[in-house]
Every structure is written in C-alpha cells, then in structure tokens.
Design a protein around this ligand. Structure first.
Ligand code: G4P
Length: 538
C-alpha cells in the first residue's frame, strides 16, 4: 500500500465535517437534511419527498421508507461537498422510541445538529438523544425550526435549552417575528439582516436581501410591534454580554442557536455555513488508552452498524465503518482485531438512496459500507498495521424481554436464518435458558419495544417469516459473577421470586428480574455475587 503524504491527510481531515441531525420525530430533521442536500448541490429540487405521512406509521423502517420516498435519507450516510468541505450527514433512525441503533450511529459523529420545533420546544426524544451526545462530549448546534408557524417566545426557547437540557445557549442569529409575520433572521455576528421571500413549497434556494437592522426596508418589512420587540430582545442579548466561546462549544457546554424554517429555506444556508466553520473536524479516538490521531498514517476504523438486505436489488450484508485515522483505499489489507485475521477490503461503497457508488478512498470522518464481510460484528476494529482496539460502542442493558414464536413450522429455516441475522446486526439480543428442553422459542431482549417491532417487520419482509411476540414481564437484566474465585457453571445465585437465570450469547450468567423491589431483594440475598448492568469485561 502506498504511503500517504502527511499533507494530504492533514488537508483531507481538516475539511471533513461528520455529524448527525437529531430531533424528536416531526421536528423537521428530514426536511433540513433535504435542504442541506439542496445547498450542497446533491439535489436539484428539494420537496421530492411525497409520502411523509407514511413515515409516521410507527414501525415503518428504512426499507419501507426507501420505497415510499423519492430520495432516502435513511441511507446511513449522505456525503456532499460544500465550499471545499466534505460534509458527511449520518442518519439516525427517526424512531419514536429508544433504539440502540441510533445510539450506535452517534458514536460515529463529531458533532450534532439538534432540530427543535420552535412551537413545541424541547421534546422527549430530543432530550434523550441530547443526553447521549453530551455524554460523549459531542458539540451540539441547535436549529429552532418552523418559525413560519406560531412559535414560543425566542427567549423562552433559549431558557428551555438551559433549564431542560442544562446547556448554555448562544443565539448566533435571531428571528424577525414568527408565524405569518416571520420575515427572516438577524445575523448577530455580522450585524446583518436576512430577509426572505417565500418560494412555492420552499423548493428553491431562498432569495436573500442583506442589509443592516437599521435599514428602513427592515422597518418597512416588519410590523412595527415586531420591529420594536426584536430591537428590544437584541439589546437584551447584547446586554447579557457573554462573548461567543468556541471552546465551550467544542467541549459541549454551549450550543450555538440558529432560527429558521427548514420547509421554507429560511436560515438553512446560514446554519450550514456557520456550522461548517465552527464544527470540529474528526478528532482523535482512544485505543486501549492511546490517542489515535485522525492524521496518523495508519488506517484504522470501527464498525458501528451492520445491516443486511438494505436494498431489495442487492440482498447482501453491509458493515458500516467509521474511519478513525489514515486513508482508506479499496483493496487494502487490514487486521480485524477481534479475530486477528487479515481481511481484504475490496467491496466498499457509499450509499445514496438506492444508488451505490464504489468508494476508492476515504479519510478519517468518512463512512464506508463494506459489503459481504460476514465476520464483522458491531464494535469491531480494523487497522492496517497494528492491532488497535476502539471501544466506541455503548452497551445498554435490555429492559424489554419477549419470546419470539415462529408462526409457520414449514418456514423454520427462514425464521432461524432471519433471526441469526438480526442477532448479528444487534437488532435484539438472545438469552438462553439454563435448561434447554422443549421446542426452541428464543427469549429475546431489547432496550426498547420498537426493536421487537422492527425485527418482526424485517423477518416478515426479508425472510418471509411470520412471527408472534409474547412479551415477558422482566424489566432488568443483570450480569452475575462470584465476588471471589472463578464462577463455574455449577455456581448459581440464590433465586428470588420470579427471577430467571439465563446465559447471554457468550455464555455469561444473567439474571432477569421483574421489578426494582425484586432486584433489591435478589441483590441482598446474593451478597457474595457481583451484579452488573452490563457484561463484565474479560
Ligand atoms: P422529521 O424528519 O423530524 O420527522 O420531520 P420532517 O422533516 O418529516 O417534518 C415533519 C413535518 O413538519 C412535515 O410536514 C414537514 O413538512 C413539516 N415541516 C418541516 N419544517 C417545517 C417548517 O419550517 N415549517 C413548517 N410549517 N413545517 C415544517 P408533513 O405535513 O408531515 O409533510 P408535508 O405534507 O408538509 O410534506
């Protein structure tokens, strides 16, 4: 493999921006993504999405959506160039429910844009996603959307960021009115006013007129009370005095706030441009405590998502890797840390909706889809020379449990291979009872019930396997091992009422527990056992 000049790596890394857009469903994530694509020249005409209503059907997943939509944003990553920057937007599945999938995607980004419906303020799903970003120290930018509709007072929205999410907010622009009286935004950094015209369906780039706030045309355009109010608010904000602190943004303590209307293209370009300026390029990641710099000459990456049958035309398995360092080159040989095997990365592609393009090279921050590498599991590390090991993927203890019944004995093979695939992809987790007698009815765990729905939907759609879910009443999974000495298979904790002992996929002992009360008594009863919310590391 040719050695890559340091200057090339430095240049390519510094121009990459890899981020996710997070929001509560319906806040406008899809619309904003499309508008970014429009500005990035990746789409000529936004508004090609016609079947949005279908998106809200609870279980509709990426595949259904792909069929229903002209362009899919559920294609894991969208890449486009904007003003010499390479923009990677990673899709976080827009489920209403908690989903591990979403959280895994967030391990692969360097920043996030949080879309808030300004009429509703911070909603529950936004809060959860925000927490994950914050825990990871990911810088978060806020876009207050739907200003063309009646919105909460802008100052209240800022307060909500602080009081509900506990993050300081700094508005980089400010809305001029809301609802039918929304006329544009004031750019606080440049002291410029951007007035917007509505275009039919928000389909084309919004025309902008730029001038100063004191421009008589601004007064003319705004209702006098709106003008007065905006002037007062701006004065108040300036009076508050704090300077914009980019370091605080980088460390996740401060969120820059933008206002606009994605559907009408109000404020979208301003957001995109400032985001590109302010958001960080790919950062170093830790491998066993060592910092692996993105510009390091050695290639390294981790698998953050695996998906089979992504496209009915290509029924195959794709492992998505986020590149951490070095340069990815098609056909390169790498070490697969978990197995120690050498693997040739030959079949690499980027996916854009239904289209696939071969990826010949890529750099830190980019995502590549590797087709057909069946040994990869979520969380695995690949690297070109050394055995590196990234530990990026969070593990969540399952909180929902269910038995999965196969409805048709004749289709048992399909049921089994479909389920194996779902387990590999991490859609659900299987727990094996200690005594395996009787018919095979897998006991599954998930973090949220939606994972079961998605699994059933996919088993039916991709494997023609009809299934029935029988919910089980446990709410906690706890990994167990003796505090002293080795835990042998004969060693079992003392059971409390309704506690069930099972083993995870690696044979580790797990107790399934129905209630907090039982959890307490069970823990007390088994003082000589360690009880953990996640598997013990080796
Ligand atoms: P999501 O991905 O976050 O779930 O939201 P999505 O973009 O699908 O937007 C949800 C709804 O909100 C859509 O309406 C969309 O048009 C609308 N929307 C997005 N941005 C704005 C905005 O700035 N102003 C207004 N007024 N609406 C906005 P829909 O009725 O579901 O679809 P459609 O019939 O409008 O296509």
């Amino acid at each position: 493999m040719s050695s890559v000049p340091a200057s090339e790596l430095k240049r390519e890394v510094s121009r990459r921006r890899s981020f996710a857009i997070i929001s509560h469903p319906d806040a406008g994530k899809t619309t904003l993504t499309e508008k970014f694509l429009l500005y990035g020249g990746a789409l000529n005409l936004a508004g090609s999405v016609t079947a949005r209503k279908n998106q809200r059907a609870t279980t509709s997943d990426w595949m259904e959506l792909e069929k229903q939509r002209g362009i899919s944003i559920s294609s894991t990553v969208l890449q486009f160039e904007y003003k010499d920057c390479v923009v990677n937007i990673l899709d976080t599945p827009g489920h209403k429910d908690f989903s591990e999938d979403t959280y895994r995607v967030l391990t692969a980004v360097d920043a996030a844009i949080m879309v808030v419906d300004a009429g509703k303020g911070i909603e529950s799903q936004t809060r959860k996603l925000f927490e994950v970003c914050r825990k990871r120290g990911v810088p978060i930018f806020t876009f207050m959307n739907k200003l063309d509709r009646p919105a909460k007072p802008s100052l209240d929205l800022l307060d909500e960021l602080e009081s509900v999410l506990g993050i300081a907010a700094y508005p980089l622009n400010w809305p001029l009115g809301d609802g039918p009286r929304f006329r544009g935004v004031y750019d606080r950094e440049k002291g410029e006013v951007h007035l917007f015209e509505k275009t039919p369906g928000g389909a084309f780039k919004a025309p902008e007129e730029v001038s100063d706030i004191s421009d008589p045309r601004v007064r003319e355009k705004l209702d006098s009370d709106v003008y007065e109010q905006v002037s007062e608010e701006l004065e108040l904000l300036d009076g508050a005095g704090a300077d914009f602190d980019l370091d605080a943004v980088s460390s996740g303590e401060l969120t820059p706030v933008f206002f606009g209307s994605a559907a009408n293209n109000f404020g979208v370009q301003l957001l995109l441009e400032r985001f590109i300026d302010l958001a960080p390029p790919p950062a170093a990641r830790l491998s066993d405590g060592d910092r692996i710099e993105p510009t390091s000459p050695e290639f390294s990456a981790f698998v953050f998502k695996i998906q089979a049958n992504m496209n009915p035309k290509h029924r195959d398995r794709v492992s998505f890797i986020r590149i951490v360092s070095g340069k990815f080159e098609r056909d390169m040989n790498v070490i697969h840390t978990r197995t120690g095997q050498k693997v040739r990365l030959s079949n690499s592609m980027s996916l854009f909706g239904q289209d696939r393009e071969t990826v010949d090279d890529a750099y830190a921050g980019d995502v590549a889809g590797l087709v057909g590498n069946h040994d990869f599991l979520i969380g695995d590390t690949l690297s070109s020379k050394k055995n590196l090991s990234f530990d990026e993927i969070p593990r969540f203890a399952p909180e929902c449990f269910a038995y999965l019944h196969n409805s048709s004995t004749a289709k048992f093979k399909r049921f089994r291979s479909g389920l194996q695939q779902m387990l590999k992809e991490g859609v659900v987790t299987e727990f094996k009872p200690l005594d395996t007698t009787g018919a095979y009815v897998p006991l599954l765990g998930a973090v949220g019930p939606l994972q079961f729905e998605v699994m059933q939907h996919r088993l039916q759609g991709e494997y023609d396997a009809e299934t029935r879910i029988e919910p089980a009443s446990w709410s906690y999974a706890r990994w167990m091992r003796k505090k002293e000495g080795e835990t042998t298979p004969e060693d079992l904790p003392e059971l409390s009422m309704d506690v069930r002992l099972v083993r995870d996929a690696h044979g580790h002992l797990v107790a399934l527990i129905p209630s907090e009360w039982t959890l307490r008594t069970f823990t007390e009863k088994n003082e000589d056992w360690e009880v953990s919310e996640s598997p013990f590391s080796a």
